[in-house]
Design a protein around this ligand. Structure first.
Ligand SMILES: [Zn+2]
Length: 451
């Protein structure tokens, strides 16, 4: 039982409720109301003055790369593809995938992200895949493993047997904390559409697919058209970035019922295209938010929400100023990006009826934010301050599936010290494998250059 919080339910009927109790029984939210009675032996978290919100949901995060945190802060997408895809990805051993995933889950849960989609495209052997699953399960958080493999073509690895093995051995039911889907960069520019068997496989097994799309320098509108012409714009598809696309592509995505994951810190820094918040919304496509990779950025949804608003409003002002005009009132609002970071993320994972809002009957994935800190006091409007003032330092309590994983600002599980030791060992292994000369060259790319 959370007693007396300012509850930002995210529920369209319940809205924001001051001094309200939230009763949790087992994994489920039982009631939202004032002065609820509880059994004598119930655990009570006194939450008066704090904000209780739904757990945040990140729909695109390359967890395996977390062991190289911060290495790519100066990179463009060009640098990233060179160093990670072409040069370094092959050096990850299964234990390095485990370390990255485990640390990423520690970071997620600590910062109030209760569900993460692990966009795991380094799974080149069954041992790598098992390590990825093990880490997600061991964390105690909620996650979706999006199985991917940049070392092979999707038509080969998707149908190669290991996804079926995982379904059989590791994912016998869809009611668990960790579930499975697929990830590859679909469409391409070859009209022969060689990846067809991979899509058939996904459809046969009812596995959603997430794909990077609309990425500058790579097949963009032609990839969307290729998917469309081959009947693969599925309603369960998530298009990551979806920047640099023509209106016709957005229209096809909208008509198909697919959704878009925007990683605004990523698009603004790496160069996939401008975060398409306005254009995607104008086409009525559902938008969730994501953090992409800790090789550059924080895996922190507060940062993602802020970056989304910053980008959207900056573009609005810039366009108006170019036309000699002034924006009088803003379009995208704080409540919109809180929705994108919670309910829209649940919807993107096909879990919208069970997660994403504080609604009786849904699963209890909850985050309690302090409001007595220097950055939050005094409290005027919870949505405004969740987006522009809150940081992970305000995350006091995190509950996943009715279980308290963090309380009074201290992470109980997963084990942050273990995560640090594993990640440092993995980083040391990869650094030794690539050699000091390459490592130093990668961290300090040459000066500004355009081609
Ligand atoms: Zn990505």
């Amino acid at each position: 039982m959370f007693r007396g919080a300012t509850v930002v339910t995210g529920d369209p009927v319940l809205g924001v409720r001051p001094e309200t109790d939230v009763l949790v029984a087992g994994p489920v939210i039982r009631a939202v109301g004032r002065n609820l009675s509880v059994p004598d032996d119930a655990a009570v978290i006194h939450a008066r003055g704090s904000i209780l919100m739904p757990g945040m949901i990140d729909t695109h995060r390359h967890m395996w790369q977390t062991v190289l945190r911060g290495v790519g802060a100066e990179w463009t997408l060009h640098n990233y593809l060179h160093w990670i895809y072409q040069e370094w990805a092959r050096h990850w051993r299964p234990e390095d995938v485990y370390a990255g995933n485990y640390l990423s889950m520690v970071e997620a849960i600590d910062s109030g992200v209760t569900t993460s989609l692990d966009w795991s495209h380094g799974l080149r052997t069954p041992d790598h895949a098992d390590a990825a699953v093990d880490a997600l399960v061991d964390s105690g958080g909620r996650a979706r493993l999006a199985y991917g493999n940049i070392f092979a073509a999707p038509q080969d690895w998707v149908t190669g047997g290991d996804v079926d093995r995982l379904l059989r051995e590791r994912f016998p039911s869809r009611d668990r904390l960790v579930t499975l889907q697929l990830a590859w960069d679909g469409g391409g520019s070859d009209p022969a559409f060689p990846e067809g068997p991979a899509w058939e496989f996904a459809r046969d097994r009812d596995l959603p697919v997430t794909l990077h799309a609309g990425v500058w320098g790579h097949p963009r509108d032609v990839a969307i058209k290729n998917l469309h012409d081959n009947g693969c714009l599925l309603p369960t598809n998530t298009y990551v970035h979806a920047a640099s696309l023509a209106d016709e592509s957005y229209r096809m995505i909208a008509d198909s019922g697919g959704n878009v994951s925007i990683a605004p810190e990523s698009e603004l820094n790496a160069g996939q295209g401008y975060p398409p918040t306005g254009r995607v919304r104008a086409h009525g496509i559902p938008v969730s938010l994501s953090t992409d990779t800790s090789v550059w950025w924080s895996a922190d949804m507060f940062a993602a929400m802020r970056a989304a608003l910053n980008a959207d409003r900056a573009m609005g002002h810039l366009m108006a100023h170019r036309a000699g005009r002034t924006v009088i009132n803003n379009d995208l609002r704080t409540e919109d990006v809180v929705h994108q970071a919670t309910q829209a993320g649940a919807d993107a994972l096909g879990l919208g009826d069970r997660l994403g809002s504080i609604t009786p009957g849904k699963l209890a994935d909850l985050v309690l934010l302090r409001t007595d800190t220097p950055s939050m006091v005094p409290l005027s409007d919870p949505h405004h301050q969740i987006v522009f003032q809150a940081t992970r330092a305000e995350v006091d309590t995190v509950m996943v599936n009715g279980r308290v994983l963090k309380h009074a600002g201290r992470l109980r599980t997963p084990n942050a010290t273990r995560a640090r030791h594993l990640a440092e060992a993995a980083r040391d292994h990869i650094r030794a494998a690539v050699g000091e000369e390459q490592w130093t060259r990668a961290l300090e790319p040459p000066g500004y250059e355009v081609e």
